[in-house]
Structures are given as C-alpha cells and as structure tokens.
Write a protein that binds this ligand. Sequence first.
Ligand code: SF4
Length: 451
Amino acid sequence: MHEECGVFGVYLKDVKANIAQLSYLGLLALQHRGQESAGIAVAGGENILIYRDLGLVTEVFKKDILGTLHGDAAIGHVRYSSAGSNSWEDSQPILHHFSGGSFALAYNGNLVNQSELSSMLAIPYKNSNSCPTDSRLICKLIEATKEKDIEKALEKVAQQLKGAFCLVLLTEKKLIGLRDSYGFHPLVLGKIKDGYVIASEDSAFSIIEAHYLREIQPGEMVVIEKDNFKTKQILPCTKKSLCIFEHVYFARPDSNVFGENVAEIRERIGARLAVEQPADADIVISVPDSGRFAALGYAHQAGITYQEGLMKNPYIGRIFIQPDQALREYSVKIKLSAIASIVTGKKIIMVDDSIVRGTTSRKLVKLLKKSGAKEVHVRISSPPVDFPCKYGIDTPNKKELWTNHFSIEALRKLIEADSLGYISLEGLTGVFQKNKPSDFCTACFSGEYPL
Ligand code: SF4
C-alpha cells in the first residue's frame, strides 16, 4: 500500500514571511505522503512561478531556489507515483491557462470516471492510477468551461468529477481548497498570523506555527483572498466515505484526521486487537514506525511489556517506494534489523499495520527467529486486505493480494509465524468516537465500493 500525495497551500495578507520557506516546511511535514517528487507554486498578484522536480523536499529545494520564489500565496505538493510513471512531467503543481488567466493546481486522489471525462474532452484516455492524469484532466475541464471566474469554473468542474479528490488551486490572487463530497482523504484548514493555511494533514501546521481551525468538509470549497475568506458547499455530502487506512497507516501519528488524533486511534486499535486476538508472550514489539502505537495499545491492554525489538534504519526510504520487486526485496533487508539482546529466548507478539503481499512479514519473522526469538505471534491492526483501492491509494491488484489466495492458517504457515491474528472490521471501525462505522470507506477489506 502506498500513500497518495500530499497538498499544501498558504495565503498571507502581510507578506513579511517567506512564503516559499513556509511551503517548504509544510511539505517537509507531509513528506510521508509522497517521496518521489516535490513542488511549490507561488503567486504574487502578477504572475505564478512554479518550481518542481523529482526527489525529496530537501533534495528538490535548495536555499538558492527558495530565495527566488516570492509572493503572497503558495501551494505545494509531494507525490507518490504509481509504478513506472515517476517522471518530471508528472510532478506537481502544474500550471494551466483558462479564460480568466492562469492557475496552478496540486491534487491528491483518484477519479473513477477518467475515461468518461477524457471522451468529453475528446482526448485519448490513459488508464493510469496516478495523480497527474487526473490533474491534467481537471485543468482541461476548467479550461473547457470557458468561464473567466475560476470559482465558477471549478464549481462546474466539481460536478463532473467522480472519485476521491482533494485539491489546492492558486491563481494570481486566490488560493482555493476543494474536497470531494465523500471526503475520502483529509484536507484541513488552519490559521497563520494574518492568513490561512490548507494541508492534507495538520502536522504541517505546527511546524510553521499555524493552528488548526477545522476540516474542510466533504463537498466544501474554501476561497482565500487578500481581504476575503469565503466558503461554499458546492457538492452535497449525502454519504461520507472516509479512508480508514489514513488512521491505520498513512497519516502521521501527530495529525488529527477526520477530527480524531491518529496516535490515539492507533492505540485504541491495538487495545481492541489484544482483546480479539490474545497470545501468550513475554514482550510486544512493533514493526516500526506505523505499527508502534497499535503495539503500545496492545501491550497496555494485555499487560505485557512493550519493547523495541526491531530497529529501523532512518536513512532508508519507505519500503514500498521502489516499484521494482528486486529493489523492494533488497530494501526490506537493509531497512530493519532485530535487537538480539531483546528478542533472544522470548515469546514475541509482533504488531504490524497490514499484510499486503506477505513478503515483509515473512522476512521479519525469519529475522526475529534467527536473532533468537523463541516464538513470534503476528498481530495485524487492520483486517485482511482483499480488494484493491480505487480512491487514490496504490494497492497491488487482486491477484497479488495474498489474502485472496490463502486462508489465515495457510498465510500463517507461509510467513512462518507461530500464530497470526487480524483485528475484525467491526473492531476497527468501532474504536472511533467522533465518526460512526458507516462514515468510513472500508472497500479494501469488504469489497463494498462506495463509488
Ligand atoms: S479502499 Fe481502502 S485504501 Fe482505498 S479509500 Fe477505501 S479504505 Fe482507503
């Protein structure tokens, strides 16, 4: 499973701060949402400047580049690409022209009616589960409205889009944020000095001393100008479909996603997992980093000591980032190592967030046993992933998802664990306090696609 992309936007009334620097810091905080390209667009009333390239935020933006990007407002983007499409052309934000001037767009999500939209525009349909195809389509749809007013154009276009989309759009004078009517992925609004900030997650706010105001609601468009802040519900929200994987894996633990803190939710998931899937063990360990809070919750609930039995090399990128299988295998080996003095002779519960292909789990169980662990009981803080995502998360296809081929017992044998247990779907959706179970998209577990 790969996270999608991260978007960021900021508008300051009094431009004392360096807008590009703020965007750079915001994108650094969102780096976990995409590590293959980064970009910033700035607008200063007259024109829009964009700088984007392949690489991490720190690799793309050097001091001399940031110093050239001046303006009152900016948007930024970090991107994860689907296999084989990691090119400069696909990095964002992208610049486009329409009847009213120019705009830059940064986008996160996946449309399910790309082919329909492509034929409306009479352009060849390119079947790809990646941001740029969709974002180019949205740009062309905006142009095709022939509207001079960007808000009206976007409002018209939003009615045509089906799927998951969170976007930030920048004109010479306006910053606009828009979230699809199902609210699949998060988009939040914050206050900074005399301006506003928009981001995929509010972990991007504290780093720039902005504070969280609220979520941009499903179907809501916010428009920020120098002396004006407007909000409009442009799409009716008849049913929420919040991506539950944001809480399980994608989002940062310090973020508040869909109104609830990610770390707290992960601890509750772990506690629930301990009730549903107990095991006799000496210690609980996590697969760092995303399994950590669930493991803490498990340990606390079960009354078993939590220890760090696996060490992550912090200088390696996220495991799934390389599209090529051979490289992925290699990166699993170099990314995590077992701490033998902690695991030797112990019965261990290892908590992880998901099993997609199973190769990582198998390697980790082997690693722990080779390092002296007596037993390894694998506990997973999400139900089996049986179905691919259609809403902006890059998942393997159905054939590659191991749980479609094996029973849980067969999977346990394959990963060579002493026991294997998953949290139930009811258990997972039941840990939230501000959202009902029916508010979530759980299609990758249940196959019930909301769209
Ligand atoms: S299918 Fe799964 S990963 Fe995709 S949006 Fe729904 S919950 Fe999230």
